[in-house]
Write a protein that binds this ligand. Structure first.
Ligand code: SF4
Ligand code: SF4
Length: 187
């Protein structure tokens, strides 16, 4: 299905393990999050790090402009990328309810409903209270463990990840679960 080649494939190392083992996701469906994303909607399209762009391009052979779009982050002045959506079913890569790039999906997808936000001037870990995510205690423990490794994986892009406006998600309630510069708060 990925026909538009964009240069030779190269070996990439995955820097961040995912939350694919969440109990909540097993009893749910990608259509509840991936199928609901839209710009300005409750679930905004995923942010793409430069590593995400490289690994998706490596896997699909697609140029980034085909599946993503750029936005200037007014807080940093940097240009960042978000996945595109389709009118059919949310994310560009959602196909019949399944992620067609699952092993190569962006870190933002791997973290959700965990997210990094700038709260009161500090990089802060939050968990969204998205009504479809019925997290178990085990899920909360898995998400808490991801904070440190995710911050390392985001690297210098953490500030853009946390500050670029995602207006639709302003209405999604969340709870603070940790500050990026501290050990995670037990949730
Ligand atoms: S809506 Fe939440 S629980 Fe359901 S698949 Fe998405 S992240 Fe997992
Ligand atoms: S890339 Fe995959 S996991 Fe991420 S929003 Fe799209 S379909 Fe969902």
């Amino acid at each position: 299905m990925f026909a538009e080649l964009d240069g030779p494939k190269t070996a990439l190392v995955q820097p961040f393990n995912d939350n694919g083992a969440l109990d909540a996701c097993r009893d749910c469906s990608g259509a509840k999050c991936c199928g609901n994303i839209k710009h300005g909607g409750t679930i905004e399209p995923p942010f793409l790090t430069s590593f995400d762009v490289a690994q998706i391009g490596n896997f699909t052979g697609l140029h980034a402009d085909i599946y993503s779009q750029t936005v200037v982050n007014p807080h940093t002045g940097n240009t960042v990328r978000f996945l595109k959506t389709t009118s059919r079913e949310g994310c560009h890569f959602l196909n019949e309810g399944r992620c067609s790039i699952h092993d190569h999906r962006p870190i933002d997808c791997r973290l959700f409903p965990l997210d990094l936000k700038m709260v009161e001037g500090e990089l802060t870990w939050v968990i969204y209270n998205y009504h479809h995510c019925e997290l178990t205690e085990r899920d909360m423990a898995i998400l808490a463990k991801q904070m440190g490794t995710a911050l390392t994986a985001l690297g210098s892009e953490a500030e853009d990840y946390a500050t670029v406006p995602v207006p639709g998600m302003q209405n999604l309630p969340y709870k603070v679960v940790g500050r990026a510069q501290e050990n995670p708060i037990i949730v």
